[in-house]
Design a protein around this ligand. Structure first.
Ligand code: ADP
Ligand code: ZN
Length: 761
C-alpha cells in the first residue's frame, strides 16, 4: 500500500483517515500543443472560483514547471497521492457554457487539434483578460466586535469599521473612503491587520452607447421573399435543427430575408448570430446590416481588444441580441441562441488557416445541431458540398429566390476566345472587344471594372539563350516582375531583389525577356490606350491598408475614377450603381488536377463579378477573356446557370472520388532535408494504412506521399499525402485510432494536418 501523504496543498482537509477519498478532480487541457488531458486537484478556496474554460497555471512535467492550461471538467473522483494542485487562476474570465465546450470538443476531435489549442482559439485573449472592464473593489468586515476591541485603532480606522458594521454588507471601497473621509492608507492598515477583506471584481463600464443609428428601408417583401420567409418561420416555430439553404442570385433580396428571420427570433426573446465572410469591404457591409437592429454587436478583425472584450461580455449577459461578424463570431457566447445565418456560405475565407483548421460554416452547423436550432446558409453559388447536402440530406431544405428584386435583368456575359487574339501569346492583355467596350463605356461616362487575379507586371523572366527561368532561390517559384516597385518578387516567400537584366549564369549572361503579366501590365496598357481615363489599380501591392480601400470605394462611388483594375479583392461585396462594364482577364480553368475546386472557384468568380455589373439602372455587360472558352464552368457562368454547372461538375467529382462524394484529410510535411521529409511522409502513410486495416474501413485509402505542387518553399522541401474516406465517420474513426496511438506524430520542421482541405495546391 502506498503511504498516504497529506498536507493542505495536495489533499482537501475534509477527508479524514478511513473516509471516502472522493474529491473534486479538475481536468485540464494544456495550452501547449500537447494532445492530452491531465488531472489536478485544487484547494477549497480556488475551487470556489474555478470555472470551465478558465485559463489556469498548473505544475507540469517532472520538474513541476508552471504551465498554462484550460479547465475542461470538474468532477468528483478518487483522490490519490500523485495528484498535484492547480497553482493559480490566470484569467478569471473565459468560462464556457456547456454547449460551447461541447462544440470545442467536437472541433478538437474532428479537426485533429489539441483541445487546449482549440479552446484558446475559441475565446479571444482580450476576453479572458476582461480588457476594458472597470475594476470594482468591495470591502467587508472580517472581524467581530470583540476582536476589533482587542486592537488599538485610530479615529479614521474606527469610523471605517463603524460604517461597515452599520451596513452589515460590503461597500465599494471608494464609497466607504468618502463616507469615512479616510485615505487608502487607512484602509490598507486595516487590511493588513485582517479586520477587513477586500474583494476585487470586474464589471462592464456603464453607459455603453449603440453606435448604429436605426435606418429602415421602406419597401414590402416581394412574393418569393415572403414565401421564403414563411418557410423559414415554419422551421423556426418547429424549434428543431434544420439547415435551410437560401439560394438566390445576387440582388435577389436574400439579405432582406435574413433580417426579417432574425427579427422573428428576437421577438421570441432569443439571440441570433449572422456570419459574413472576411473581405475588404466587410466592415461597411456589416454596419449597413447593424442599422437594422437594436442591441447589435459587430465583430470583425478591426475591433480593438477593449471593444471585443466588452462586446463578448454584453453578448453573454444578454445585453446584445444580434451578433454580426466574421469568423470568430461563430463562438459568440450567446446564452439564448435561436438562429445562425451564414451569408455567402461558399466563401473560402470561412476556412481557418491556422490550427484548428476549422470551416466556420461547418462549425456553425454543428453549433446549431448541438442547440437544436435552425441555421440558414445563403448563397448565389452554393458550395457543391452544401448543394449536394441540400438535395440528399434529411436535415436540409433548399429555399429559392428565383429572380432579382425590381426585376433587373442579369447583365449579359460575353466570352472572348483568346486563342484568336494575336497579342495573347505575350501574356495578359486586353482583347480588341474589351478595348472597344471600354471605349464605349468611357464615352457614355459610365464606369468599368477589370479583374485579373495576378499581381505584378510580368509573371516570369526567361533567358532565351540557356532556356532558364529566374526562380526564387528559396522556393520553386518564378520571380514576378513588379515595375512599380522596381523589383522582382517571390509570391511564395516575398523575397525581393533588384531587376536583373542578364542571365545570372556567368557563363551565359544572355539578355532576359519577360512575359505573362498581371494587374500592373494591364494598368499600363490602359494608360496607353486611354490616356484621358482615370485608372486605379487595387491589389494587395497598392491596397496596403483598409483605409486606402475605403478611400478607393468612396472615390469610385463619387465617380472620381473611370476604370478600376484589380485582383479578386474587388470582386466581392462591391455595389456600384454606375458600373456598366466588367472585364475578366485570364479566366482559365486549371491546367492540372491539383486543385479539385478550381472549376467551382472559376464559376463563382465569373458569376460574382457578373453580379457587380448592372446592379442598378445601367444594364451591364461582362466580358470574360479565356484561352479555354469551352470549359463548362465558363459556359454556364455566362448564363448565370448554377444548376447546370452543378449538374456537370458533381458527376465529375464523383468519378474522380472527390468531395462531396468523399472526405479528404491532407497532411503536409516540410523540412530542410528532402530525404528526411520523404522518409517521415512514407512512415506516416504506412501508419495510416495500418490504422485503416485495424479499424476495418475498407473504403479509406492513403494517396501519396508525393511532392507538393510547390515542391520547395522558404528553403524547405514539401511532401504531402492524402487520406481519402467514403464518409466523415469512416475518416474520423481512422484519424481517432491513429491519433490515440500517437501515429500522427511526425518528426519534421513543419507539419500541417488539414481536414476537409479547401484546395490541394
Ligand atoms: P442579395 O443579398 O440577395 O444580394 P439584397 O438583399 O442585398 O440581395 O437586395 C438587393 C437590393 O434590393 C438591396 O438594395 C435591397 O435593399 C433591395 N431590396 C431587397 N428586397 C427588396 C424589395 N422587396 N423591394 C425593393 N427593394 C428590395
Ligand atoms: Zn521564395
Amino acid at each position: 500500500m502506498p503511504t498516504r501523504r497529506r498536507d493542505n496543498q495536495t489533499a482537501p482537509l475534509w477527508i479524514e483517515a478511513g473516509e471516502d477519498k472522493s474529491t473534486p478532480l479538475i481536468s485540464v487541457a494544456p495550452a501547449a500543443p500537447i494532445d492530452k488531458i491531465y488531472t489536478y486537484t485544487a484547494t477549497l478556496e480556488l475551487l470556489e472560483q474555478l470555472r470551465i474554460g478558465q485559463r489556469v497555471s498548473v505544475p507540469f512535467g517532472r520538474k513541476g514547471t508552471p504551465s498554462p492550461a484550460y479547465v475542461v471538467a470538474i468532477e468528483q473522483g478518487t483522490w490519490n497521492s500523485t495528484l498535484k494542485p492547480i497553482t493559480e487562476i490566470l484569467d478569471p474570465a473565459g468560462n464556457l457554457s456547456n454547449h460551447l465546450l461541447e462544440l470545442g470538443k467536437w472541433i478538437a476531435r474532428y479537426y485533429c487539434c489539441p483541445l487546449g489549442r482549440t479552446l484558446s482559439a475559441m475565446i479571444p485573449q482580450v476576453v479572458r483578460k476582461q480588457s476594458g472592464f472597470v475594476t470594482q473593489r468591495f470591502i467587508s468586515l472580517a472581524a467581530t466586535a470583540d476582536t476589533i476591541a482587542d486592537h488599538r485603532l485610530g479615529a479614521k480606522q474606527q469610523t471605517i469599521l463603524q460604517e461597515l458594521m452599520k451596513e452589515q454588507a460590503h461597500l465599494q471601497a471608494a464609497d466607504l473612503l468618502k463616507r469615512a473621509a479616510a485615505s487608502r492608507a487607512t484602509l490598507k492598515s486595516l487590511l493588513k491587520r485582517g479586520l477587513i477583506v477586500e474583494t476585487i471584481s470586474k464589471a462592464l463600464p456603464k453607459d455603453l452607447e449603440c453606435p448604429y443609428p436605426r435606418n429602415e428601408p421602406d419597401f414590402q417583401l416581394n412574393v418569393s421573399q415572403k414565401e421564403a420567409l414563411a418557410h423559414i418561420t415554419d422551421v423556426l416555430c418547429s424549434q428543431e435543427f434544420r439547415v435551410i439553404l437560401l439560394y438566390g442570385r445576387s440582388g435577389s433580396g436574400k439579405t432582406e430575408v435574413y433580417v426579417r428571420a432574425i427579427r422573428r427570433v428576437l421577438a421570441a426573446g432569443k439571440q441570433a448570430i449572422m456570419l459574413v465572410p472576411e473581405i475588404a469591404l466587410t466592415t461597411q457591409l456589416m454596419q449597413r446590416l447593424a442599422e437594422r437592429f437594436d442591441h447589435v454587436a459587430v465583430i470583425h478583425s478591426g475591433l480593438t481588444g477593449v471593444q471585443r472584450s466588452l462586446a463578448w461580455e454584453r453578448i453573454r449577459n444578454r445585453d446584445i441580441h444580434v451578433v454580426i461578424g466574421t469568423r470568430s463570431a461563430v463562438f459568440a457566447p450567446c446564452p439564448d441562441l435561436g438562429l445562425i445565418v451564414v451569408d455567402e456560405e461558399q466563401e473560402p475565407s470561412y476556412k481557418n488557416l491556422r490550427s484548428p483548421r476549422f470551416h466556420v460554416r461547418d462549425v456553425a452547423i454543428k453549433r446549431a445541431h448541438l442547440l437544436n436550432i435552425p441555421i440558414i446558409l445563403g448563397s448565389a453559388t452554393p458550395s457543391l458540398e452544401t448543394w449536394h447536402n441540400a438535395h440528399h440530406h434529411r436535415a436540409y431544405t433548399c429555399v429559392t429566390l428565383p429572380s432579382r428584386v425590381k426585376s433587373l435583368p442579369m447583365p449579359s456575359v460575353r466570352l472572348i476566345d483568346m486563342r484568336n487574339e494575336p497579342s495573347a501569346a505575350l501574356g495578359a492583355t486586353i482583347s480588341r472587344q474589351l478595348a472597344e467596350a471600354l471605349r464605349e463605356t468611357l464615352a457614355k461616362k459610365q464606369q468599368a471594372v477589370i479583374l485579373l487575379n495576378r499581381r505584378g507586371f510580368a509573371s516570369w523572366l526567361f533567358c532565351p539563350r540557356c532556356k532558364m527561368r529566374i526562380q526564387c532561390h528559396r522556393c520553386n517559384a518564378c520571380m514576378v516582375l513588379h515595375l512599380a516597385q522596381n523589383r522582382i518578387r517571390c509570391h511564395q516567400c516575398n523575397l525581393s531583389e533588384p531587376i536583373p537584366i542578364h542571365c545570372p549564369d556567368h557563363s551565359c549572361r544572355g539578355k532576359l525577356v519577360h512575359g505573362g503579366g498581371g494587374t500592373e501590365k494591364i494598368e499600363q496598357q490602359l494608360h496607353t490606350c486611354f490616356p484621358d481615363a482615370r485608372v486605379l489599380r487595387a491589389d494587395s501591392d497598392t491596397m496596403t491598408h483598409a483605409r486606402k480601400y475605403r478611400h478607393l470605394v468612396n472615390a469610385f462611388e463619387n465617380r472620381e475614377l473611370d476604370i478600376l483594375i484589380g485582383t479578386q479583392m474587388i470582386a466581392k461585396g462591391l455595389d456600384f450603381p454606375n458600373v456598366s462594364l466588367v472585364g475578366v482577364i485570364g479566366a482559365e480553368p486549371p491546367a492540372a488536377l491539383s486543385d479539385f475546386r478550381a472549376n467551382e472557384r472559376l464559376f463563382q468568380l465569373v458569376t460574382q463579378v457578373a453580379g457587380r455589373a448592372g446592379r442598378a439602372d445601367a444594364t451591364g455587360l461582362v466580358i470574360v477573356q479565356s484561352m479555354n472558352v469551352d470549359s463548362p464552368a465558363l459556359r454556364h457562368a455566362v448564363h448565370h446557370d448554377f444548376d447546370s454547372f452543378a449538374a456537370v461538375e458533381l458527376p465529375r467529382r464523383q468519378a474522380m472520388h472527390f468531395p462531396p462524394f468523399t472526405r479528404l484529410t491532407r497532411f503536409i510535411l516540410a523540412g530542410p532535408r528532402e530525404g528526411d521529409v520523404m522518409e517521415q511522409a512514407r512512415c506516416l502513410a504506412d501508419r495510416l494504412k495500418q490504422h485503416i486495416a485495424e479499424t476495418a474501413q475498407p473504403d479509406c485509402v492513403v494517396l501519396g506521399p508525393h511532392p507538393c505542387v510547390m515542391e520547395r518553399a522558404k528553403n524547405m522541401y514539401r511532401y504531402e499525402l492524402l487520406l481519402r474516406a467514403a464518409s466523415a465517420s469512416a475518416m474520423l474513426s481512422v484519424l481517432d485510432s491513429a491519433r490515440h496511438d500517437g501515429a500522427l506524430r511526425v518528426n519534421v520542421k513543419s507539419f500541417v494536418l488539414d481536414v476537409d482541405p479547401l484546395s490541394l495546391s
